[in-house]
Design a protein around this ligand. Structure first.
Ligand SMILES: [Zn+2]
Length: 527
């Protein structure tokens, strides 16, 4: 391939950033890595200002009454309300009334015709990492494919080293680069129907991601990637790799700036990478700041078969045991990929109401067995645990919440050997209301209920795939996907219409992203 010459130069830092398959640079990545770029300054095309509004059609005005009429509604509420021919009245930023065709529709200013469409709550992706600054070395023919550090139980030393590097990337970006990268990265999620993201640590900054969310009109809880130690394989002591206080200061700053932001769209969620990446001092700092703000906080917890022994050898406690000893198993904890807890720990996680989140569509890409090896997440679901699903993050678009729901529906039913383990409405709940709980926003979003924020997704179902089925949500999960999302509303504002942004030009956003990564990669490479 023409890109090979750049590979040796790029590999030193780029390799560390790769979250998935390793191989060689694509032509685009090589060009970007080798380019000094025209964009060393703080402005890119359209970036200094608000994203340029495109002709996206009318927006409901302040306090406007909009009727979404004729859709097949899955409300995603506790009653599991399903209305085949529905109407939903949105007034301003809230849902004001819900009904069926048998009931008279209320008066309104605008009608959105949803006949032949599914109407779902806005999808909530509580565990995500913005990582689009990293080049993609994947080869299309799978040549040179090797097991990732996540495979075969996990290489704890290699992962610790990689995560330590990721925790430093955000501060190497200019704010303008960070915003441009985050806008494109987050647009791929919004386009897929995700209306609220939970950042569990990114190769970007909280400020840039919050700004991108405001520009795109979506919700996010921002974070910073906390990781201050690593554990070499076979070690009895950890190695300190970052300044604990500096990372705690970042949490304090982002909470001060963004938690309960006046826009109503942004909050904070301090997070650490996991028990094998944090000292006790760092976990205590995480606990204390989350307590101070009564905010959710997040970690990957018991995610890999090999992690327990590595952590126990250094700390004398297991990963879950460390969090429990510090009083950190609470209903504000978002615990990700939790498949390797002991029986006693499993009971503690259930009784303390910890939010369990998993990313079933991502494991197969990395060679993890998180759903099937222990079946523990399926058990949490069966035992009434608070389980949400998510996409996780990667260095390119790897699917949205529709694909995560599909993998939850099919994967748990298969792993549990029973079709009632995760029916479609439960998969939807994992992608909506349970995610809202994990983000501490259950009273605000996560279902289509009167009084909640008007966050909705409209999906086309008027085609050959749906002709013989009775269950359009199932057909969407097994035969549909992110591309079928037609419209997205957040807080009563239409942000995606006809599969395109209603607020900005997608091509311009991509151009800005490319300029920003060229500039950022060139600088990082020189260091
Ligand atoms: Zn993750």
């Amino acid at each position: 391939m023409i890109c090979c010459m750049k590979h040796a130069v790029a590999a030193s830092w780029l390799h560390k950033l790769m979250l998935s398959q390793s191989s060689r640079p694509t032509p685009l990545a090589a060009q970007a890595a080798g380019s000094e770029g025209a964009a060393h300054g703080e402005t890119f095309n359209g970036l200094a200002a608000e994203p340029r509004a495109r002709d996206g059609g009318p927006q409901p005005g302040e306090g406007a009454r909009t009727l979404i009429k004729g859709g097949f509604l899955y409300a995603g509420d506790d009653a599991n309300t399903v209305i085949e021919n529905s109407w939903v009245l949105v007034v301003g930023d809230r849902i004001a009334a819900i009904g069926s065709a048998q009931q008279p529709a209320p008066e309104c200013d605008h009608v959105i015709d949803a006949a032949g469409k599914l109407v779902l709550p806005g999808l909530i992706n509580p565990h995500w990492h913005e990582s689009f600054v990293a080049p993609n070395f994947e080869r299309p023919d799978d040549a040179g494919l090797e097991p990732t550090p996540y495979s075969n139980g996990g290489d704890i030393e290699a992962l610790g080293s990689m995560f330590a590097f990721i925790s430093t990337v955000g501060q190497k970006l200019t704010h303008a680069e960070g915003v441009a990268i985050a806008r494109w990265s987050m647009w791929t999620q919004l386009r897929s129907g995700t209306t609220a993201l939970g950042d569990v640590g990114s190769a970007n900054t909280a400020d840039a991601m919050a700004q991108a969310a405001l520009d795109l009109g979506m919700r996010i809880r921002v974070s910073r990637w906390g990781s201050d130690i690593m554990i070499p394989n076979g070690a009895k002591e950890f190695r300190r790799i970052a300044d604990t206080q500096a990372q705690a200061d970042d949490w304090a700053a982002l909470m001060e700036t963004w938690n309960d932001h006046s826009s109503g769209l942004i909050g904070g969620m301090p997070s650490v990478m996991g028990a094998f990446g944090s000292s006790d001092e760092q976990l205590i700092a995480l606990r204390d700041i989350a307590d101070r703000y009564q905010a959710p906080y997040a970690t990957h917890l018991a995610p890999l078969r090999n992690e327990t022994a590595a952590v126990q050898a250094v700390f004398g406690r297991t990963p879950v045991g460390r969090f429990d000893a510090l009083g950190m198993l609470t209903d504000r904890l978002l615990a990700v990929h939790t498949a390797y807890a002991s029986e006693e720990e499993y009971r503690r996680l259930l009784e303390t109401g910890v939010n369990i989140c998993h990313s079933p569509a991502h494991y197969g890409m990395l060679g993890e067995a998180t759903v099937s090896e222990t079946g523990q997440i399926g058990r949490f679901i069966k035992d009434g645990g608070h389980v949400s699903c998510s996409t996780d993050g990667d260095i390119s678009y790897i699917g949205g919440m529709p694909e995560a729901m599909r993998a939850a529906h099919l994967g748990h039913n298969e792993a549990q050997n029973c079709n009632t383990a995760c029916p479609p409405t439960l998969a939807l709940r994992m992608a909506t209301l349970n995610g809202a709980r994990a983000l501490g926003w259950r009273d605000r979003i996560g279902s289509i209920e009167v009084g909640k924020q008007a966050d909705l997704v409209v999906i086309g179902i008027d085609d050959w795939r749906y002709r013989l089925g009775n269950h359009p949500l199932r057909t969407f999960l097994v035969a549909g996907g992110s591309r079928d999302v037609e419209a997205v509303m957040v807080a009563g504002r239409i942000v995606v219409r006809d599969g395109r942004s209603a607020l900005f030009d997608e091509a311009e956003l991509l151009t800005d992203y490319r300029l920003a990564v060229a500039s950022a990669r060139a600088r990082i490479q020189r260091k």
